[in-house]
Design a protein around this ligand. Structure first.
Ligand code: ADP
Ligand code: MG
Length: 699
């Protein structure tokens, strides 16, 4: 039968498949599956190793040895299924029995009444879940369930194999239905072309073979590799995605290098001038980074550089020097900060650095009065202002520059490639320096900022006070407050951070909110002036309260993470973070960087009753790059950036953490490929892949 059906290309629509009508088509579309290519690249979410399926008759014995977390798999036939309601809480309760010839097992699900519609007595099912001892003996509670066969239509051909691929249910499309479609497509598919250069493809199966192996794993596949997504088949598809990605980045970069940029004329006089601005000796890392920037600014190309470094490594000074290169040779340079508070702080720093030349600086903030703003804009447009500091928002308004030659973005991860492109319109083709607030692990930096050159500040300025980091159980929090009291008594200031309250996120864990914390602090530290800041305050009010703390009028600052963006208060010597488990490691490390900026020994205290293993990473190291890597491994790229970051590629198979070595290889291969020039066909393939991975357009 299958042999007589037409051969299908990857680009065929899923609607070309038998059985895919409008309802299925919509369900597929909602999951982003329109073509056979989309269908095949949506890999099974699990592979059941039949070798690990347990006979029901042996479960009793096995359960005695298993720990709570051990999940088990059984396969059998459903004997009975019915729905009742629990007496106490009036919840839907679905009960069933499964039999496999060695014994039978009771199954229970709460609040999943729909199961009675999708499961029938007589179904051959695979169950995956936790065993528990109930009133009726051993039972499985809330297992995930897959129907393997019903009546005549079994999965005989799949069933003789060792590994059984499982697919997620998409609306009305059951996993096994999807599986059957995939098998059908694989039999009829016109083998796709292999796009990998031969050096990358070495030792890997062809694309077609990879697809077959991923949807029908060979019996001798390694179960661990299948689970981890590291079989040769996975590597093939991941390499293709990463290669397409790397090639796009390489093309963008090559395009940029061809553009002509302004050449900053250097001279002994300029060097003298810069030296005069410097309040202290640069660290070795600052010197290296600045040299790289000077190299860019004098190269004739357009600078596009990422400056990253640990909290407190002195990025601002490097940014200032770069801006001075331009501003002291007749150009204008602008610094964009992510918040008004931070913009004001940068302006203050610049004022100090510029000394009596500070009138050359112009600040531009959204909160300014209309008249004030107009005046500022006029000074920028006329070229009177050589140094400009403002927030992102302003640069989206109608601000024009006389001769903008350098833009520094204090990034905070909120700026994707697209926004950068949009800003380019502001003044010809200025040089770009992007500063990242926290260290970004290398693989992720390559993924998000791959088209930028990189400078890294991996050294802290001398004289930094060590920060003692400690983790307290909530029952033990009094010891943390004692420490705060001692610091306040010694004349220092203190930060207390409360997690932001997200109404969507009302979990079972009772959360102490910022009001409750304020109450606690006022009771615990009577007579101490406390400033409370959170995201719901108006900008003016927020700035006012923040300034009170910066000036020392408020001794204790209670805040949600708004302070993360970088207040510099050297007199603050202690920070307490409540519910530390709510924060990412990098975020905590960033917060920790707010103390230890003065001459006093400083303390970073976390209060948390859970996830203590994870949080211990902060106690163990102060190295922001190591913490960032750990954070990335634990939470994945999306969460690492805190938001669904624009510009993060949407890989279907590749994983930036798992495949980082592969990415490095693909980048090298991309450079080599580009050196030979791309064929029309390669270019067409690349465009398609870029669209599929939702990468920024290649020009
Ligand atoms: P970050 O990299 O976190 O933005 P900053 O630029 O805010 O760090 O610098 C942190 C602190 O270190 C600032 O108070 C700054 O004045 C100081 N600093 C920067 N460079 C040096 C240096 N070379 N020597 C001494 N202190 C420095
Ligand atoms: Mg900074």
């Amino acid at each position: 039968m299958a042999d007589t059906l037409p051969i299908l290309p990857l680009s065929a629509k899923v609607t070309a498949l038998r059985g895919v009508g409008p309802v299925y088509a919509t369900a597929f579309q909602e999951a982003g599956i329109e073509t056979l290519r989309d269908l095949l690249w949506s890999l099974p979410y699990r592979y059941v190793d039949r070798g690990s399926v347990r006979p029901i008759g042996e479960l009793d014995r096995w359960h005695n040895h298993a720990t709570d977390r051990d999940l088990t798999t059984v396969i059998g036939t459903l004997k009975a299924i019915r729905q009742t309601t629990t007496r106490m809480q009036r919840m839907a309760l679905v009960e069933a029995v499964v039999e496999d010839g060695t014994g039978s097992l009771r199954l229970v699900w709460f609040n999943q009444a729909y199961l009675t519609r999708v499961l029938r007595a007589g179904d051959r099912v695979l169950l995956f879940g936790n065993l528990a001892l109930g009133r009726h003996g051993l039972e499985m509670r809330g297992p995930s369930v897959e129907v393997l066969g019903r009546g005549e239509e079994g999965e005989e051909d799949l069933w003789v194999r060792r590994f059984l691929p499982l697919y997620r249910k998409l609306g009305p499309i059951l996993g096994r239905t999807r599986g059957r479609m995939v098998q059908d497509v694989l039999r009829r598919l016109h083998p796709p072309q292999d796009w990998l250069p031969s050096d990358l493809a070495k030792g890997l199966p062809s694309t077609m073979d990879a697809l077959i192996r991923l949807h029908q794993p060979l019996d001798d596949s390694d179960p661990g590799d299948l689970e981890a997504g590291t079989t040769p088949g996975h590597r093939r598809l991941a390499s293709e995605e990463l290669f397409a990605f790397a090639l796009g980045v390489a093309l963008r970069r090559a395009g940029r290098l061809k553009r002509r940029g302004l050449v900053v004329p250097t001279s002994e006089a300029l060097r003298e001038k810069l030296r005069a601005y410097l309040p202290f000796h640069l660290t070795g890392a600052q010197r290296t980074a600045f040299k790289e920037i000077v190299g860019d600014l004098t190269s004739g190309g357009v600078m596009n550089r990422l400056l990253q470094g640990d909290v407190g490594s002195g990025k601002t000074l490097v940014a200032f020097l770069s801006m001075a290169m331009v501003a002291e040779t007749g150009g204008q340079a602008a610094l964009l900060a992510p918040t008004e508070v931070l913009a004001r702080q940068h302006a203050l720093t610049f004022q100090r650095l510029l000394g009596e030349e500070s009138p050359r600086l112009q600040v531009l903030l959204g909160a300014m009065k209309a008249a004030e703003k107009r005046q500022a804009q006029a000074r920028i447009a006329s070229g009177e202002a050589h140094y400009v500091v403002g927030t992102h928002a302003l640069f989206q308004e109608s601000v024009s520059f006389d001769r903008l030659q350098l833009v520094v973005v204090d990034e905070q991860h909120r700026f994707g490639v697209k926004q950068r492109e949009a800003l380019k319109g502001k003044g010809g083709d200025p040089h770009w320096l992007v500063m990242s607030a926290t260290p970004i692990p290398r693989s992720l930096a390559l993924a998000v900022f791959g088209d930028l050159d990189q400078s890294v500040l991996d050294e802290l300025p001398p004289g930094r006070q060590p920060i003692t980091t400690r983790l307290f159980d909530p029952d033990d929090a009094e010891r943390a407050w004692d420490l705060v009291e001692r610091q306040l008594d010694a004349g220092h200031q203190a930060f207390v951070v409360s997690p932001a309250i997200d109404p969507q996120d009302e979990t079972k864990v009772p959360l102490r909110d910022i009001q409750a914390m304020e109450g606690l602090l006022r009771g615990r530290f009577p007579g101490v002036s406390i400033a409370v800041v959170h995201g719901r305050l108006k900008t003016d009010e927020l700035t006012l309260r923040m300034q009170a703390f910066v000036k020392g009028e408020a001794r204790l600052l209670l805040a949600t993470t708004v302070i993360e963006v970088g207040v510099d208060v050297p007199n603050a010597s202690v920070m307490v973070v409540d519910h530390a488990e709510r924060f990412g490691l990098s975020q905590l490390h960033q917060l920790r960087g707010r103390v230890g900026r003065g001459t006093a020994r400083s303390h970073f205290l976390m209060i948390s009753g859970s996830e203590t293993e994870r949080l211990k990473a902060l106690v163990e190291t102060q190295d922001g790059f190591r913490i960032a890597q750990r954070d990335l491994e634990l939470r994945g790229p999306g969460e690492f950036f805190g938001t669904r970051q624009s510009g993060l590629p949407q890989f279907q198979v590749a994983d930036l953490v798992r495949d980082r070595a592969l990415l490095a290889k693909c980048r090298e291969a991309a450079d080599r490929t580009l050196a030979h020039g791309l064929s029309e066909a390669q270019m067409a393939w690349l465009r398609q892949e870029q669209a599929r991975l939702r990468l920024a357009e290649i020009s």
